[in-house]
Design a protein around this ligand. Structure first.
Ligand code: SF4
Ligand code: SF4
Length: 170
């Protein structure tokens, strides 16, 4: 159990400290599920990040109530290091480094299954896209096109290569 801290404000809402800290003690780090105590305070919440994710996605990320339906429906969740609902929670808390540092938005296949099933009507696929774009804008490249094997380039349809480069390079 993390120590009690003062209530935290984010986007005009006041969160009791315990409600903030407890669900976030179990983040996946580099494919390993492990307990990870996280400090959440006014200092750690990046309000600008919350606004950018909301603006780019067009979604009210605070509508998410952590039901987990998205992860249960997601065909890629088995490959994700952090479940979609945790990305939502971290986005709500302005945890920019944790969200951007996660591979989850790059593993997302943009299939919209989560969006179709979310009981709160959140288009999570758009949130994933927003997170991905914000990460790429930091000049992050997930693949180096010049290092893709020639055999792969020959075998894959061009449209697949182009969409892969668009998704994974800045
Ligand atoms: S299904 Fe919707 S409300 Fe439930 S955790 Fe996912 S985004 Fe949040
Ligand atoms: S859009 Fe992404 S997060 Fe949502 S169900 Fe599909 S793969 Fe999973």
């Amino acid at each position: 159990m993390l120590p009690e801290t003062a209530p935290v404000r984010a986007c005009g809402l006041v969160y009791p400290a315990r409600a903030l800290t407890e669900p976030l003690c179990f983040l996946n780090v580099k494919g390993k599920r492990k307990n990870m105590p996280i400090e959440i305070s006014e200092k750690t919440i990046k309000h600008e990040f919350i606004e950018k994710v909301s603006q780019l996605s067009g979604q009210d990320i605070f509508k998410c109530f952590q039901c987990g339906t998205c992860g249960g429906a997601c065909p890629m969740s088995g490959q994700m290091e952090t479940l979609p609902r945790r990305i939502m929670r971290m986005a709500q808390l302005g945890m920019e480094e944790n969200v951007s540092g996660s591979e989850t938005s790059f593993t997302c296949a943009s299939c919209h299954t989560c969006s179709a099933n979310c009981p709160r009507g959140i288009d999570l696929a758009r949130v994933m896209e927003a997170v991905r774009l914000l990460t790429l804008r930091k000049n992050v490249n997930k693949i180096n096109p010049s290092k893709v094997p020639a055999e792969t380039v020959r075998e894959l349809p061009q449209i697949a290569l182009v969409s892969c480069f668009r998704k994974l390079t800045s």
